[in-house]
Write a protein that binds this ligand. Sequence first.
Ligand code: ADP
Ligand code: ZN
Length: 604
Amino acid sequence: MIGQMRDVTVRETLRRVWGYGGFLPLQEEAVRAVLDGRDSVVVLPTGGGKSLCYQAPAAYLGRLAVVVSPLIALMKDQVDALRQAGVAAAYLNSSQTREERAAVERELAMGRVALLYVAPERLVMPGFTEWLRQAGPAFFAVDEAHCISQWGHDFRPEYRQLRVLKELFPQTAVHAYTATATPQVRADIISELRLREPLVLVGRVDRPNLVYRVQPRTDRLRQVLAAIDRHRGQAGIIYCIRRSEVDELSAALLRRGLRALPYHAGLADAERRANQDAFVNERADIVVATVAFGMGIDRASVRYVVHAGMPKSIEHYQQEAGRAGRDGLQADCLLLWSGADYGLWKSVLEPEAAAAPGALRKLGEMFAFCQDAVCRHRALATYFGQEYPAASCGACDVCLGEVTVADDSGGAALKILACVDELRGRFGANHVADVLAGASTDRLQAMRHDRLAAYGALRDVGKRELRGWIEQMLAHGHLARSDGEYPTLIVSEAGRTVLRGERAPAPLRSLRKAAPRPKPAAPEGEAGGRDLFEALRTVRRALAEERGVPPYVIFSDASLREMAWLRPTTAGTFLEVKGVGEWKCHEFGERFMAVIRAHAAERT
Ligand code: ADP
Ligand code: ZN
């Protein structure tokens, strides 16, 4: 009975503070664990709404809750977002001045803070734990809890110190949150944090709003530009393996007039921070980054993520691609891969194999994922140990029919092998493709390669497709690259068995001309909706600048879209928009409604 009443009031908090009509899957169970004081581990995919699981009970209880979070930059944004919604939140970290810290400590002493964000190293400082003991926190929430596990993709040694939490605060519940779904990581979290009979909640890892595409890399810049082209003016992240690639690619995009910025560990702190801020505050559309540094890049409305190189594990891929579409709206994920990426990672990981067992296996699984032609949503769910019941997802290149096995791909594979053989392993992929395509370049003629048996053998195929097939055959291990400064193509041992007819060639995927994508059904009145959406974005940016916070902290894109669709002009109707709580309605409502009214006046 009492439990039921409590649930009603938490829902009320949800509506009043956040403007949400209900819970997302498993949020309610997670919130109940917090209110019951039972330790918990909550695994929800990115965008699954993990933060609400501890923020809502903290706001409801009005007692101090301590949140452990790994990144200082994210802490500030989270706290800004809570304050804009009228929740008393604060953080303590090394980026603050002495005065700022003292101000927070005063607030804390007066018991005015409901959510306190701290870095793990601060949490275990003797003075701080002493103070905490007196304050008597209602509970601890450990965000990005996979950082405690060596099996995770982002191990942070300082998280190991959290072991002492249960010793110091045996009576206080500890709740762990992560998007990493492997059982190994989960078990590690439980044992490292010494959780007691925790409630374990594991959500569906699948992200139905993400559209996955996986393509062999044939021309990095051209492929990246094509992806950007579909998303002009929208936010995107492009991941590269190396810093030098980040620098080159971001420069190339800038030269084309795109608002792109680089982001990697080699940049000076100030520049990195400036670039990150520019992206989060919508002064830049595109961030080109190394994979190691994605975590600080936080913008819920990222519409596409491109991997210009293959990540070293599916966990990494899931995490990075997952930064797209956190607002629940459709977003695109494109992965460009090549056998060279595999070779590169292998050379990096092999010497460390003793230190990071399993890394090579994970690399192999990632590579296999790239080459497979099964539904990407299904492949990812299966990898994380979950079933994927739908026959077709309708949201990946395989299910959309963009990946097809080439006609007579077996015959083509044999022709490619024969050509490489005929060239005696002395030429690179580009030249091999020229010969097969029957190109008439000067180089080719000078070497009289137009007289080879293989010349023009795959004339109808097109050079881009040929390059893709060569990559696939490298991936299958039927071709190999020689070592040396100018790697050339050679036929591998396995390839020889194919040439001799002892083994069947592996099927080659064709990149059919991208069929025009069916547009998602446009909501009624979309034509005017788009201008209005842009106008609302402008108000949001202005408000964000006035308050010195990122725009998404004011309202998400999803909320703006709903505003453009519902066009509320009174406080009562404005509150109906998802993501509009009472505080935000009071603070921002008039500014947005003024734009909506002006828009309506213009159109009549
Ligand atoms: P995660 O940390 O799991 O990646 P977030 O906490 O950032 O996810 O939430 C993802 C998005 O979902 C945010 O835009 C958030 O506002 C929204 N959201 C969270 N809970 C709800 C809910 N109950 N109803 C509607 N939207 C929600
Ligand atoms: Zn699919």
